[in-house]
Design a binder for this molecule. Structure first.
Ligand code: IVH
Length: 685
């Protein structure tokens, strides 16, 4: 009986290890969660009945033991070296030339390997007779810390190797936290009022050195091998790429899937492709690592004091930097929202100089605890707009916490916070700052498009009381204009001409110009297209508006409220009409793309973006500004980025330029793919 139990326990251990491998290493599970749980529960019960079956390599023993008092030291042989960095292609070419010089050859006698540089924590694993016996941090490179108990909780680390493992195997790799898991964990920490982590690397580092394995097990750590260390009892593969391939047969997860092997030009091209895919990559990358593939050539090249000659990191532009907050000012928006903005000591970040960053709202200021004089970590990720991640060094003692203003800085009205909204607002409809913002929007390029009416001029018009509502712009006399700064006869005449031209703008531009909450350019265009005239828009009910494909109830309610009799905006529209600003009715484009929505991303091989968009509109199609379920087609060019990933997730049809042109020529039904392709044509894989 006990024999049968021992056999069953061994069988269950093997089965669970197999499914762990399929799930955590291959990302391709072949069993439902409930069935897996059943196997696990059965093994646990068996081990409870027969504690002698509870062997260290049992999957139930990943999280074992009490919290440690500290970590033992581990010597690394060979040491875990660091890499010299390069930052541009010229430096990589120089490195390549130095390799040739060192070997005294004109052609490198080995391929190069380019692979992602994962932004985590380096870690070394040792297996003896196929069993995990050590997990260690890098430490100084020569000596690290024994974190075996923690590493055992990482599900992509096999406790027992598959296939035919060598007598002893030493591998090196990166402990990482995938970005999505990092963000989810940070959100949960913030919700609990706890401190969040600045980036996935800090989270991985902070977690791996936790003394309680129980805690580590609850964190979403993963492990990827990027190098083979010493091997005993098996022949060494001839090169790095083959070594990783071999390690995969042993059940380890490596960076091989995203490697490129080839000459200098190929690996440089891989860098460019990787940089483009950076935001779509599930793990944060800080660049690419270039390695000479063949081990014998690596050996001939050897090492300098602290890094190998045969490898280089080719870094991506940094996304994070630290700088000091010089001042905090408050902007008043069109709808009265008070937005704090930190003025920064200028700092370079992924190719641009950052001089200010939004602090969003009062809650965010409180969460960050910012003060003027603080040094902050700022980040510019895929979304381009920089943000403050955290305060890294507080202002000198005595500096006051920054007080969010109680009153509007422009008009002095007491600020309000409505219900659950985080925004603090100036409720004064007459607030000059609000009016100024509304006017800036009104005359903007995609709105009434009044040339020569910039911020400074509007500010003077508002300050002098010449303009109190939009229609006043169209009733300005020359005389008071001539009194304004830098306004001569010529500029006044030009301004008046520009204002006259704005009298007849398309209905969509007019609607957008009104700055109605939730009615952006796309919505305005859809509304104009649907109702055709301003009169019909004004007569529409919420239900009429909601009938437009893609407009939700809250946008509909906002539009209807804006035109409600006696509302301020209705009065302003009447005044605009009275001043001669009358929108042109929309002409219904009756094309083959009627009701179809499009979005472009990346550079198309032949069409310019403007041209492609014009063709969509000409055939009655609508352009969207982001990927959502409303989108019918995503048209991708070079460097498609995160939009493609999102479209694939939502199952949206993805077209390349040729497919797009075919669609224009023949109408949607002919070429619309039944299912979305999973990768962009031409995108790097
Ligand atoms: S190879 C002797 N490959 O980057 C070779 N390192 O800046 C040493 N890293 O300490 C490193 N991804 O923690 C290598 N594909 C990769 C890597 C990688 C991330 C980390 C590693 C190393 C650091 C060097």
């Amino acid at each position: 009986m006990v024999d049968a139990d021992a056999r069953r326990a061994a069988e269950l251990r093997a089965l669970i290890a197999e499914h762990d491998w399929r799930y955590h290493v291959l990302d391709a599970p072949t069993i439902a969660d409930v069935d897996y749980d059943r196997l696990y529960a059965e093994l646990k019960q068996l081990e409870e009945r027969h504690p002698e079956l509870r062997v260290p390599e049992s999957p139930t023993q990943r999280v074992g033991g009490a919290p440690a008092a500290g970590f033992a030291s581990v010597a690394h042989d060979p040491p875990l070296l660091s890499l010299d960095n390069t930052y541009d292609e010229a430096e990589v070419r120089e490195w390549h030339q130095r390799l040739l010089d060192h070997l005294k050859v004109s052609e490198l006698p080995s391929a190069l390997v380019a692979e992602p540089k994962l932004d985590g924590l380096s870690c070394r694993l040792v297996y003896e007779q196929g069993r995990l016996v050590l997990g260690a941090t890098r430490g100084s490179g020569e000596v690290g810390e024994d974190v075996t108990a923690n590493v055992r909780t990482i599900r992509s680390v096999p406790l027992v190797l598959r296939g035919q493992p060598p007598a002893r195997l030493d591998v090196r790799g990166e402990v990482v936290v995938p970005r999505a898991a990092f963000e989810a964990l940070n959100r949960a920490l913030v919700a609990k009022g706890e401190k969040s982590y600045a980036n996935p690397r800090n989270l991985a580092a902070g977690t791996l050195r936790q003394l309680d394995p129980q805690l580590v097990a609850a964190r979403p750590l993963e492990f990827r091998v990027w190098a083979l260390g010493k091997v005993e009892g098996a022949p060494l593969p001839p090169c790095h790429s083959a070594a990783l391939e071999w390690l995969e047969t042993l059940g380890l997860k490596t960076v091989r899937a995203d490697q490129a092997v080839g000459g200098l030009e190929e690996v440089l091209a891989h860098y460019r492709a990787l940089l483009v895919r950076r935001d779509a990559f599930p793990i944060e990358l800080d660049g690419m690592v270039l390695k000479v593939d063949r081990f014998d050539v690596q050996q001939r090249l050897g090492f300098t004091a602290k890094s190998p000659r045969f490898a280089r990191a080719f870094k991506f532009p940094a996304r994070q930097a630290t700088t000091r907050i010089a001042a905090i000012r408050v902007q008043v928006g069109r709808t009265g929202t008070l937005t704090p903005v930190a003025e920064l000591e200028p700092v370079a970040l992924s190719g641009v100089t950052i001089t200010h960053v939004t602090l969003h709202n009062r809650d965010e200021c409180a969460r960050l605890g910012v003060r003027v004089g603080d040094t902050v970590l700022i980040e510019r990720s895929g979304d381009v707009i920089p943000k403050v991640v955290q305060v890294v060094e507080s202002a000198p003692r005595g500096a006051e916490p920054w007080p969010f203003p109680e009153h509007c800085p422009a008009c002095g009205t007491k600020a309000e916070q409505e219900g659950d909204f985080v925004a603090v607002r100036c409720p004064n409809e007459q607030c000059p700052a609000r009016l100024q913002k509304r006017l800036e929007h009104l005359v903007g390029r995609n709105a009434l498009d009044v040339d020569g009416l910039g911020e400074r001029l509007l500010q003077q018009l508002v300050e002098k009381g010449l303009v109190r509502q939009p229609a006043d712009l169209f009733r300005l006399e020359d005389a008071p204009l001539l009194e304004l700064e830098r306004m001569g006869e010529k500029s006044v005449a030009a301004l008046q001409a520009a204002l006259r031209a704005a009298h007849r703008r398309p209905l969509a531009a007019f609607l957008y110009a009104l700055g109605i909450p939730e009615i952006g350019e796309t919505a305005a265009e859809q509304i104009a297209h649907h109702f055709e005239t301003l009169e019909r828009v004004r007569a529409a009910t919420a239900a009429d508006v909601e009938a437009i494909h893609g407009l939700g109830p809250s946008a509909a309610a906002s539009l209807v409220a804006a035109f409600a009799p006696k509302s301020r905006s209705a009065a302003e529209v009447d005044a605009l009409l009275a001043a001669g600003v009358t929108p042109l009715p929309a002409v219904r484009a009756s094309g083959a793309l009627e009701g179809k929505t499009f979005l472009f991303t990346g550079t198309l091989p032949t069409l310019s973006r403007a041209e492609a968009e014009a063709r969509v509109k000409a055939q009655g199609g609508t352009l969207l500004s982001g990927v959502s379920k409303r989108l019918c087609y995503l048209v991708v060019g070079d460097a498609p980025g995160s939009k493609l990933k999102k479209a694939n997730e939502l199952g949206i049809a993805v077209l390349d330029e040729a497919q797009f042109l075919a669609l224009l020529a023949s109408g949607p039904s002919a070429t619309a793919p039944a299912t979305a392709p999973t990768a962009a044509p031409g995108a790097a894989s």
